[in-house]
Design a protein around this ligand. Structure first.
Ligand code: SF4
Length: 354
């Protein structure tokens, strides 16, 4: 990345405003019900309990107004669960979520409704998130009409405006979702989200299912909307290369925990955590003429039974005894750059990340 682009991003990060959303020690647990044999065994007195998955484990995260935060990790790391909690469609098990400085759990009535509308989520698979029996005009127009944002007599024009904004031709608004391509369906999802005038979009793998050329078009659309509508984004992806060009800040998750967080330029220039370094090594580099992906070595462990100490230790090339027993803390290693790795306490060790 050029020095100018790096400088521009740093200036932008400084100019960014107050927190739009703030997570304080937020956790989310899911219980896995016992199967039939387990229930019988329990009834017969066997000491069996339901298994608990710590999908998200004490996460602190702040997204400021106007900022684009990229949230990255492998599938099963808890990033989608975190995104759903941020968007207000899944309650947390523990911790606080502040929406514009106010604990969202304390909001009620019109305030709670408004907070919900202002944070919208855009999903990976538009086909499963769009009602196949509704025409696009109804998909886009239903929520603003129900919430009194537009009068019925103005609805047609309002829907046209949202479709144009999302790069769709309003002439096709009487069609059904299956009559569109994958990229167009994703644009219908975006038009539906924009129709309730959100301030914050949580995009969960929103381009993962699209062809590479369509991905670029949809990413450009997100960035144009950011400028036009002053939007804030939490952009969730398993792919660092997708978030590289649009994020101000990048947060890396591994098995429910944040392991590294820094301005985007810093992550790509000076990744500290061995997991982030492995993810970066997995991004194909055109200049290196690499055609095949290297993936992070080893399987991600089951969240039902995560490794003790540092969750990453079974896959980490730098692991040492302390990593197997002690959970590393997320510590600031440079201004705005935090990492969760014991190596940062032992700078003399061989294998210290760059
Ligand atoms: Fe690797 Fe240990 Fe750092 Fe975890 S704490 S990333 S195992 S060196």
């Amino acid at each position: 990345m050029s020095a100018t682009l790096e400088r521009q991003r740093a200036n932008k990060a400084q100019a960014l405003g107050t927190p739009m959303v703030e997570l304080r020690a937020v956790s989310r647990r899911f219980s896995k019900s016992l199967d039939f044999a387990g229930k019988i065994a329990k009834r017969l007195g066997a000491p069996i309990r339901e298994e608990v998955v710590h999908a998200v484990d004490h996460v602190d995260l702040t997204v400021r107004k106007g900022e684009v935060v990229g949230l990255v990790g492998e599938s099963g790391c808890g990033k989608s669960t975190l995104g759903r909690m941020v968007a207000g469609i899944l309650p947390q098990s523990e911790g606080e979520i502040l929406w514009r400085g106010v604990d969202r759990a304390t909001l009620s009535g019109a305030e709670a409704r408004e907070a919900k509308l202002q944070a919208q989520m855009i999903f990976q698979d538009p086909m499963s998130s769009l009602n196949p029996r509704l025409r696009v005009s109804d998909i886009v127009g239903e929520a603003p009409l129900v919430h009194g944002m537009v009068r019925r007599r103005d609805l047609d024009n309002y829907v046209d405006e949202q479709m144009r904004r999302a790069g769709l031709d309003p002439a096709f608004k009487r069609r059904y979702p299956h009559q569109f391509s994958g990229g167009q369906r994703q644009r219908i999802g975006i038009a539906r989200a924009l129709a309730v005038q959100p301030q914050f979009l949580v995009c969960d793998e929103s381009v993962a299912a699209l062809d590479v050329s369509i991905q670029a078009q949809v990413l450009n659309l997100f960035m144009r909307l950011r400028q036009e509508l002053d939007l804030t984004y939490l952009f969730i992806s398993h792919d660092l290369s997708v978030v590289e060009h649009l994020s101000d800040r990048v947060v890396i998750m591994y098995l429910g925990r944040v392991v590294e967080e820094a301005p985007a330029a810093e992550v790509f220039a000076r990744a500290n955590h061995p997991y982030t370094q492995s993810l970066l090594a997995a991004v194909p580099k055109i200049e290196a003429r690499k055609k095949a992906f290297n993936t992070v070595k080893g399987e991600i462990p089951s969240p039902l039974n995560p490794p003790k100490g540092c969750h990453f230790h079974p896959r980490c090339p730098h692991a040492f005894d302390r990593c197997r027993v002690e959970v590393p803390a997320l510590k600031e290693i440079a201004p705005g750059h935090r990492s969760r790795c014991h190596l940062n306490d032992e700078p003399g060790r061989a294998g210290m990340p760059a």
